[in-house]
Design a protein around this ligand. Structure first.
Ligand code: CA
Length: 414
């Protein structure tokens, strides 16, 4: 879990940022700051050490013992690569279909089935206690660390100290570092390594999420998300999803076919209707038959009108607590479906389109604004206002208003 740092929140479509190992994530976190700060001066080891001395009284005031602090922070190293990752994350983009190709590959499905078989008893006990299905937990595990294979190898304390000292989101990372010191103080972790942004363990929790949500499922007295045994990590993930409102047995979403002439103004998470209303509008399951009644849902077109359409339900928003990128949520949901024996996504994707770069997304917003379509700011994030502006532009041009910010739209604006 973790932090959203490595991802851009892209409603309806668009590029997704890839983090290291595509993890990063969840919940309480932050969106990447949209400003490119490459011009900012890079810090130094001496600067970090001075920052650590300055930070020490604040950590102690927060309840970290002096002995813990001194032992844990001794030898912490400034890592310029971590700063570069943090500053550059907006530059890495993938389309939703490219992301899904990797995230829900045949290999990942096969390895997931193997992992589920291996941990059947554990997953079943967690499912019983927390009400989160084994396939869903396995899917999170599969995307966050390839089922425990890639848990990250950067020192968490060093990465967090580097990011807190670097100052771009100092307050956030300092609070995470204090939480990380509490993990060390409690003896919960042996080898504290993770991603560049400080997410770690089988399901890539940020330290603050460990504080709030980690559980000792194997009963050894430690809430250990980092050891070879995934019991605590998987139960903690279930606890996290349950906290955010996971509805047992309910789908995240369902691939649907939209009728000819469908009103594309309806394709936004802001439009929520009962299943019966969608059915009355001609929305059908891609797999055939009638729409099952899973309560109110929204239509999502992550690749625009030429890509797959999904009817999404409240569990979609629960997965968003891990990572807000649509592509990530769809990947978790779809991987879970595949682990249940479900079919691959049936619709094709507009594979001729490429993802817009961060600079192109900002240019798109700038040009939309100057053309009279308010994108809600020029930050490179394709949020609801930008999507609405793209739709308005498409409508004005007589195009299908799917809100997908493609290169074609940018070209027309130019
Ligand atoms: Ca434990």
């Amino acid at each position: 879990m973790t932090m959203r740092g490595a991802w851009v929140s892209v409603r309806v479509g668009l590029a997704v940022m890839l983090g290291p190992g595509a993890s990063l994530a969840p919940a309480q976190t932050i969106l990447p700051d949209a400003t490119s700060q490459m011009e900012t001066k890079m810090g130094t080891q001496a600067g970090l050490e001075a920052w650590v001395r300055d930070f020490r009284p604040r950590a102690l005031a927060a309840g970290v013992r002096a002995a813990t602090f001194d032992a844990a922070m001794r030898g912490v190293e400034f890592d310029p690569k971590v700063v570069e990752r943090d500053r550059n994350q907006n530059e890495f983009t993938k389309t939703v279909w490219d992301y899904l190709d990797t995230a829900v590959s045949q290999d990942r499905v096969a390895l997931g089935l193997k992992a589920m078989a291996e941990h059947r008893d554990l997953l079943s006990r967690i499912e019983t206690e927390y009400g989160v299905e084994a396939e869903v937990l396995t899917a999170v595990w599969g995307l966050e660390s390839a089922y425990g294979t890639f848990r990250g190898d950067l020192p968490v304390l060093g990465s967090l100290a580097t990011l807190a000292y670097d100052g771009r989101r100092a307050g956030f990372f300092e609070a995470e570092l204090i939480a990380a010191l509490r993990i060390v103080e409690g003896g919960h972790v042996d080898r504290f390594a993770g991603s560049w942004a400080g997410a770690s363990g089988h399901t890539q929790f940020m330290p603050s999420s460990w504080e709030k949500f980690a559980v000792d499922f194997d009963g050894d007295g430690k809430r250990n998300l980092w050891g070879d045994d995934p019991a605590d990590a998987l139960a903690s993930t279930a606890n996290y999803l349950r906290y955010w409102g996971w509805q047992t047995g309910m789908p995240w979403g369902l691939e649907v076919a939209l009728p000819q002439g469908f009103d594309y103004d309806q394709t936004t998470e802001r439009v929520v209707k009962p299943v019966a209303s969608w059915a009355a509008l001609g929305v059908r399951p891609m797999a055939g038959g009638d729409l099952p009644d899973h309560g109110p849902g929204s239509i999502l077109l992550p690749g625009g009108a030429r890509g797959a359409a999904f009817l999404i339900f409240p569990n979609f928003q629960v997965i968003e607590r891990y990572n807000t990128a649509d592509a990530y949520v769809i990947a978790i949901g779809h991987l879970a479906d595949r682990l249940k024996g479900g079919a691959p996504i049936a619709a094709s994707w507009p594979r001729d389109l490429r993802a817009l770069t961060f600079d192109e997304r900002k240019e798109l917003q700038d040009r939309l604004g100057r053309a009279g379509f308010d994108p809600g700011g020029v930050d490179g994030r394709m949020g609801p206002k930008t999507i609405a502006a793209v739709k308005a532009f498409q409508t004005a041009r007589g195009m299908i208003p799917d809100g997908y910010p493609s290169l074609e739209i940018l070209t027309l604006l130019r």
